[in-house]
Design a protein around this ligand. Sequence first.
Ligand SMILES: Cc1cc2nc3c(=O)[nH]c(=O)nc-3n(C[C@H](O)[C@H](O)[C@H](O)COP(=O)(O)OP(=O)(O)OC[C@H]3O[C@@H](n4cnc5c(N)ncnc54)[C@H](O)[C@@H]3O)c2cc1C
Length: 289
Amino acid sequence: MYPASFSYSSPTSLDDALALLAEHGEDAKLLAGGHSLLPLMKLRFAQPRYLVDLRRIANLSGIERSAGELKIGAMSTYAALAASDLVRTLVPMLADAAAQIGDPQVRNRGTIGGSLAHADPAADLPTVMLAADAQMAVVGRRGTRVIPAQAFFVGMLTTSLAPDEVLTEIRIPLADAREGSAYDKCRHPASRFALVGVAASIRLAADGTVLHARIAVGGMGPMAVRVAGAEAALKGHAPTAEVRHAAAALVAAAVDPQEDLQGTVAYKRNLAQVYAERALASAVHRAGG
Ligand SMILES: Cc1cc2nc3c(=O)[nH]c(=O)nc-3n(C[C@H](O)[C@H](O)[C@H](O)COP(=O)(O)OP(=O)(O)OC[C@H]3O[C@@H](n4cnc5c(N)ncnc54)[C@H](O)[C@@H]3O)c2cc1C
């Protein structure tokens, strides 16, 4: 399969990339790892006339801790995230998710920015970003704006990014000592995408009860979502197996899966229950509970 013909540029500055986007308008597409865009082009589902490659632009990748946040450049690969001591220590659910994406080839090319901008309903990182309460720094010709994860994802394969904007950095507020997070997913055996993926972030009070919980689920509908009911069910309680089971049941009740070749609605709801319990158990354990 071959894509329709297109022109290609690999600018070395963000300003040049933005100028190319402005010049070519809707005909242009940014290229990051290429692991979603190129297959779509080969299938002719996407036929951009102009590709603007982000890979030669300095400062778009890298992971650093700064003023209560973990800052991750949009061009950081999954392999870099999974191997990063900062990510593993400070946002373990992100390391969990990055290590489970696709195969080594995908992990070495695919980028966090590409995954978030693509917003595939079965992708892993949008779910993690919701549970992390991440902020997306986006640069366009009109300046920079910072978009909270919950406002960034707006539907299937759809974000609030404008066509002439570049996602440059992801900012994750840092956990305190009694916070733990985890991501677990049931992988599609062929593609490795999430049939269901659950991210949980739990903060415990000194007495061991839950001060704050964020739970997000993906793969079960058009986009990843937070499950406020399950979060509320944990708050103020000791996160025992019984309490976690009840919260996971609320996750299973909140999702809206469709029956398809992968399973029935009942089977998929059961997957959501099981993987929510697993993610919650690991997050509580990591929080010291
Ligand atoms: C075999 C295979 C298995 C996979 N398994 C999984 C899996 O298990 N879990 C999972 O989550 N994903 C999986 N993926 C998808 C993979 O994660 C892709 O890498 C990801 O969806 C897109 O990231 P990318 O860097 O490759 O972006 P690209 O494909 O280059 O771009 C994707 C889209 O995002 C836009 N874009 C890219 N970067 C930016 C930016 N900085 N700002 C604005 N827009 C931007 C592009 O214009 C394009 O529209 C798999 C892919 C393959 C081929």
